[in-house]
Design a protein around this ligand. Structure first.
Ligand code: SF4
Length: 284
């Protein structure tokens, strides 16, 4: 099971996205997938290129729209393990509506966000995750808008799996992606993935100094949503590990009547009117 392909990433040397690529490849192998079992759907941005750098089914979509495609894919073929991926601009600006609705819908897929607090592909503009005071080409006097507290937003939207990691922690990131893939529902994994070219503030060293690993917090219970919210607010969102998991809420597709039949993608397109009507009723 080799999820590496021969395509050489054109990310800048040192970009945090290399670790995410490696972690995703290892996690897929560790959970026992074959390349044909995995689909990676990406949006636009430096990180969006990841779908071409994994030996699996890949789809590089349009800006902010990885999740609608990933959800459609999962509903059409629930036998696939579906991973959506992109950056913080892709998922938390233009794609924010899709992100929050996917979270509350809870279709079984894993969404990995490579969060570098900047737009790298377009050469360095402020993103919705940039800190107040952050100076970029688009905010030469410093950012004055508050960054979006996306993990808190995910919890209030009804998330069933919320985790956060850091590109330097390959082992921890791989483990969280494995847990996300095994989770029966929507898994959000935000990864601090430094942009070494355009973000000179949120560097590897900055994260090492500012992140708190949840394993160091005594008595932390990732099944307690209130405690998850509290710890995020106390640490300004700068925690790593499994923040919250709801093991009880069923996935969207498990609540659809008749959905346990053969996946749509495996059914013949030459079907009787009666079978067609059955399918339509299945999704009503
Ligand atoms: Fe990575 Fe930044 Fe380079 Fe893009 S510009 S590849 S995010 S280091």
């Amino acid at each position: 099971k080799d999820f590496r392909n021969k395509v050489k990433p054109n990310w800048c040397p040192g970009c945090g996205d290399f670790s995410v690529q490696a972690a995703l490849q290892r996690a897929a192998a560790n959970v026992g997938l074959e390349p044909e079992d995995l689909a990676v759907v990406a949006g636009i941005g430096c990180s969006g290129r990841i779908s071409g750098y994994i030996n699996a089914n890949g789809f590089h979509g349009v800006h902010g729209r990885a999740l609608p495609i990933a959800q459609g894919l999962k509903l059409a073929n629930r036998d696939l393990t579906v991973v959506a991926a992109g950056g913080d601009g892709d998922g938390f600006a233009i794609g924010l509506g899709h992100t929050l609705h996917a979270i509350r819908r809870n279709i079984d897929l894993t969404y990995i966000v490579m969060d570098n607090h900047i737009y790298g592909l377009t050469k360095g503009q402020t993103s919705p995750r940039s800190q107040v005071g952050f100076k970029t080409k688009s905010t030469p006097d410093g950012q004055i808008e508050s960054p979006i507290a996306i993990l808190e937003a995910a919890l209030t939207a009804g998330a069933t799996f919320v985790a956060q990691s850091f590109s330097s922690d390959l082992k921890g990131l791989t483990s969280l992606i494995e847990q996300g893939m095994k989770h029966k529902g929507f898994a959000l994994i935000n990864v601090f993935s430094p942009c070494v070219t355009y973000n000179k503030v949120n560097t590897y060293d900055w994260y090492k100094e500012n992140l708190t690993d949840l394993s160091s917090i005594e008595g932390y219970d990732p099944h307690n949503r209130l405690q998850a919210m509290q710890v995020l607010m106390e640490h300004n969102g700068l925690v790593t590990g499994l923040i919250y998991q709801d093991l009880d809420k069923p996935a969207y597709e498990d609540q659809l009547k008749g959905f346990k039949k053969e996946p749509l993608a495996h059914q013949s397109i030459h079907i009787s009117e009666e079978k067609f009507n059955d399918l339509v009723h299945e999704f009503m």
